[in-house]
Design a protein around this ligand. Structure first.
Ligand code: SF4
Length: 266
C-alpha cells in the first residue's frame, strides 16, 4: 500500500497489550497507568484478521510490541497464529527480555524471526533505576537465550538523552560489539511537544521514508506516532480503518497529546 505522499507502507507494528512488568522512567508514569479493560483488548482472532488484511494489502513486515508483549497471556500461541499468515517476510518482537529466557525457545518454534531488546545501560544499579526495579541479569540471560534459539539478528534498543557518546550508551555499544549484537540509539521523545529524532542505526523517525502503521491493543490504527489521528477496527471495520489511516497519514510527525508510549509500543 502507498500513502498520498507515495511512501510504500509495508510495516505494521502490532501492540498486543498496554501492560508492562517494568516502569521505565521515560515511558511509564511512576503513579502507574489506567489499564485498558480486558474486554477492550483485541482477541487473537481480531488480531489475526487484521494482520491478514494488512498482509493481503502490502504489509510484509510485522513487529509485535506492547507494553511488554511477553506478559500477554498466550503470546506464543498468538505468534504461531501470525507466523502462519502467508506473505510475512519479517516477523519481529520488541521486548524488555525479562521473561525471554523462558520464552525464547517456544517463540522460535512458533515462527518468530528475531527480537529487539530494550537496554539503556549495562550497569546493574543504573538499569534498576531506569526501569524502576528491573533485574539486568534476567535481560542478559534473555539475550543469550535469543541468540541460542536463533531469534537473530538480536538488536539492542538503547534510549539516549542527547548523544550516543553518553557513558551508558558507549558502554552498551561496547557490550554489543563484544556479544555480536547491533545497537540502535533511540533519542528520548516527547509525544506532547513533538520532539523526536531519527533512530540512529534504524529508520524510525525518518518521515521522508516512513513505511509504518501501528495498531494499538484496543484496535486503533494509528497513521503516525506523532499524530492524534486513530481509526478503530471494531468501530468502523478493518478495511475502512486502514483506508482512513492511510489517507490521513501525515507527511511529517507533529505531536500527539493522546498517545502514550506504553499503549502504542513506540
Ligand atoms: S513521526 Fe510519523 S511520519 Fe514520521 S517517521 Fe514517525 S510515524 Fe512516520
Amino acid at each position: 500500500m502507498y500513502d498520498k505522499f507515495n511512501r510504500k507502507i509495508n510495516y505494521l507494528r502490532v501492540s498486543v497489550t498496554d501492560r508492562c512488568n517494568l516502569r521505565c522512567v521515560y515511558c511509564m508514569p511512576p503513579e502507574g497507568i489506567d489499564l485498558v479493560k480486558h474486554k477492550e483488548v483485541l482477541r487473537f482472532n481480531e488480531i489475526e484478521e487484521t494482520v491478514k488484511f494488512a498482509v493481503d494489502n502490502g504489509i510484509d513486515k510485522i513487529r509485535i510490541t506492547g507494553g511488554e508483549p511477553l506478559i500477554r497471556k498466550g503470546i506464543v500461541n498468538l505468534v504461531e497464529i501470525i507466523a502462519k499468515i502467508k506473505g510475512i517476510k519479517d516477523l519481529a518482537m520488541t521486548t524488555n527480555a525479562i521473561f525471554l529466557e523462558k520464552f525464547a525457545k517456544p517463540l522460535a518454534e512458533a515462527g518468530l524471526h528475531r527480537v529487539n531488546i530494550s537496554l539503556d545501560s549495562i550497569d546493574e544499579n543504573k538499569y534498576r533505576e531506569i526501569t524502576q526495579g528491573g533485574d539486568i541479569n534476567l535481560v542478559f540471560k534473555g539475550i543469550e537465550a535469543a541468540k541460542k534459539e536463533g531469534l537473530t539478528p538480536v538488536k539492542i534498543n538503547c534510549v539516549i538523552k542527547k548523544s550516543a557518546n553518553e557513558p551508558d550508551a558507549k558502554a552498551v555499544k561496547e557490550y554489543c560489539d563484544k556479544n555480536g549484537l547491533s545497537v540502535r540509539y533511540i533519542h528520548e521523545m516527547n509525544l506532547g511537544t513533538g520532539e523526536f529524532e531519527i533512530v540512529e542505526g534504524g529508520t524510525g523517525g525518518n518521515c521522508k521514508i516512513c513505511n509504518r502503521l501501528r495498531i494499538t491493543a484496543t484496535g486503533d490504527i494509528l497513521p503516525c506516532l506523532f499524530s492524534d489521528e486513530k481509526f478503530n477496527i471494531r468501530k468502523m471495520g478493518i478495511k475502512q480503518a486502514f483506508k482512513l489511516a492511510l489517507e490521513n497519514k501525515p507527511e511529517n510527525g507533529c505531536f500527539a497529546k493522546n498517545n502514550k508510549f506504553y499503549n502504542i509500543g513506540g
